[in-house]
Design a protein around this ligand. Structure first.
Ligand SMILES: O=C(O)CCC(=O)C(=O)O
Length: 174
């Protein structure tokens, strides 16, 4: 885990957050015992044209990059030493929006992920595997976390009132 608080200046993080709030967000669903349930967050993405990031049974085709992310992608790629070609954005509007324990270990995705956080600070946990002790990191506005997606990780629920958080996870998809 390589955590850089204040990776973006406050004004740069503020203006990226404003821009990101107005993207076309999707409510994805998953099926459990025959019922369709909402994923507890909103999602959108960008990627190189022709790419398709498929996870949890859903396709996420790349259709190019908005100019607002081009320079950021270059900087984050240099910082993480990885040529990112896809970014998945998650939006957490309140404390019940979260992401449970999982690994990002799809065969077509490189393990290195760079995660930029905007908005309300939220607690991220990581651990070697089920039953292992976990460590916590509070991901603040404008921070960057570079990590290995094969490590189990999650974004915790909270009962606190929290501001909307948007997170951009830069990835390299084959
Ligand atoms: O929102 C976060 O910081 C966690 C995102 C995450 O775990 C993921 O996209 O795989």
């Amino acid at each position: 885990m390589q955590y850089t608080p204040g990776y973006l200046s406050a004004p740069a993080a503020d203006s990226l957050l404003l821009w990101a709030r107005n993207l076309r967000w999707q409510q994805e669903t998953f099926s459990l015992y025959g019922r369709q349930l909402n994923v507890p967050r909103l999602t959108t993405w960008f990627g190189d044209r022709g790419l398709n990031y498929r996870y949890t049974g859903l396709d996420h085709p790349g259709e190019g990059w908005p100019r607002e992310l081009l320079e950021l992608r270059e900087c984050v790629s240099r910082q993480a030493d990885s040529p990112f070609n896809f970014v998945l954005l998650n939006r957490y509007d309140h404390g019940q929006h979260h992401m449970g324990w999982h690994r990002d270990d799809e065969r077509e995705a490189a393990p290195r992920i760079a995660s930029l956080s905007l908005g309300g600070s939220r607690r991220f946990r990581h651990r070697k595997g089920p039953g292992c002790p976990s460590e916590a990191l509070d991901l603040g506005h404008g921070s960057l976390l570079v990590f290995d997606g094969r490590v189990q990780h999650m974004l915790c629920r909270t009962k606190r009132t929290v501001a909307t958080r948007i997170n951009l996870t830069f990835r390299c998809i084959a």
